[in-house]
Design a protein around this ligand. Structure first.
Ligand code: NIG
Ligand code: FE
Length: 406
């Protein structure tokens, strides 16, 4: 006869992440059909675990958390931009390089000319790295094509990564990342193309779960951002926004008025923007990798976000220009050292709040009965250690939908 549970993990320090760490000592977690069936102190199990579960894993006091969620990445791209890193170290700024046709533009050229297979292999390697840092859910944006064939190629590669690895992938259409060279003399015609041709197809064929815009002086103006959001809303797609990364453009307030899933970066956001987020329920996604790599000095207003109870998520922003990072653990450490998040906030930022930023709270982000059994077992005895070690990888076991990945 089939046992009540397919598997059970025992003797763990479980951080459910339902509120703060949500720690349960001497705890166990049982799964059935890929979902969490029970979580609680081992002492409360009604029978011997052998009677209840087909497979038993002893965690020996190790820490068990939800699988981590990286809710903002540009993981699919070709090539790299190490030469721009060198230029910046000699004094050039990110904006100067972008205005001279480098920056996002140079990755657009590389991604357009890469074959789908090469793009897939290079991107898959990065997804594997993220998995090794405990990630079970990943967001991937398009936006290095800026033409229909390449945007589609990127979205297909994102889908293929999901089909190849035991990972949940959320896809975001970022056709509005910057203006492609063909449209430089007539940027509004590109906005027309996005709104009238691309977004309707993305929605109809369910190619992505949301639409993102880079609202910035070197990218889309507030007015152009608004047109893209209006088209997304008209076609039933949720929106996200790269807002207030390099200057305060008002993207946050605009995105909030469209009930954005998240507003990301936010170094330059002011009080009105944060107040708008309070109304919209959008998540503030902080990206300390980009802040670090660009050697920015303007900190996002973390205390203000706390005061207004805005949920804070943290992500790698994995991309070749501003955050060539494939460890979410490293980013959690940066969120604490650079932005002064507490370790408990940093863990919520890559679990519960990251799930919310992807509209996935019903199924992911906490260890709660009924949710997907995505979990990580770590060679640490307290979750704060996950954030504290630098460059060390304490991951011992990764479980996706109840099955051990490694
Ligand atoms: O999130 N801000 C815009 N997009 C990326 C950078 C992309 C690039 O430079 O290639 C970011 O930082
Ligand atoms: Fe980004």
């Amino acid at each position: 006869m089939r046992k009540q549970y397919d598997a059970i993990w025992l003797n763990a320090q479980i951080a459910t992440c339902e509120q703060g760490y949500g720690l349960i000592q001497q705890a166990g977690i049982a799964v059935r059909d890929g979902r969490i069936a029970w979580v609680g102190p081992v002492a409360e199990l009604p029978y011997d675990p052998e009677k209840l579960a087909a497979v038993i894993h002893d965690c020996n006091g190790r820490c068990l958390t939800p699988g981590l969620i990286d809710c903002h990445t540009h993981l699919v791209f070709a090539g790299n931009r190490a030469h721009e890193f060198e230029m910046r170290l000699q004094g050039a700024t990110y904006e100067e390089i972008a205005r001279q046709g480098g920056g996002i533009q140079s990755t657009v050229s590389a991604t357009r000319s890469a074959s789908e297979e090469v793009l897939f292999q290079q991107s898959l390697a990065r997804a594997r790295d993220l998995q090794k840092s405990g990630v079970t859910t990943l967001e991937i944006k398009s936006g290095y094509g800026l033409d229909w064939p390449t945007e589609l190629k990127m979205l297909r590669v994102a889908k293929r990564i999901e089909d190849t690895l035991p990972l949940t992938v959320s896809k975001t259409f970022l056709g509005a990342h910057t203006f492609p060279p063909e449209f430089r003399s007539n940027p509004d015609a590109y906005v027309d193309l996005l709104c009238q041709e691309m977004i309707p197809v993305v929605a109809r064929e369910q190619l992505a779960d949301a639409v993102d815009v880079f609202c910035e002086k070197i990218a889309f103006s507030l007015e152009q951002t608004k047109r893209v959001f209006a088209s997304a809303a008209e076609h039933g797609l949720k929106v996200k926004c790269h807002a207030e990364q390099l200057s305060d453009m008002g993207g946050t307030t605009l995105a909030a008025s469209y009930q954005a899933l998240s507003v990301d970066h936010l170094e330059h956001v002011g009080v009105p923007g944060v107040k708008a987020l309070e109304q919209s329920g959008s998540v503030a996604v902080l990206l300390p990798g980009a802040f670090y790599f660009l050697r920015e000095t303007k900190l996002p207003p973390v205390e203000l976000l706390r005061r207004h109870r805005i949920p804070i998520a943290v992500a790698t922003d994995c991309n070749p220009g501003t955050s060539p990072v494939t460890s979410l653990l490293m980013i959690m450490n940066m969120a604490c050292t650079l932005f002064r998040l507490t370790p408990s906030e940093a863990l919520e930022a890559v679990t519960r709040h990251a799930a919310q930023a992807l509209g996935m709270s019903a199924l992911r982000g906490t260890l709660t009965a009924g949710k997907a059994a995505d979990m990580a077992v770590w060679e640490v005895s307290h979750p704060a250690e996950l954030v504290y070690y630098l460059g060390n990888n304490p991951l011992r076991q990764l479980i996706r939908q109840g099955k051990v990945v490694f």
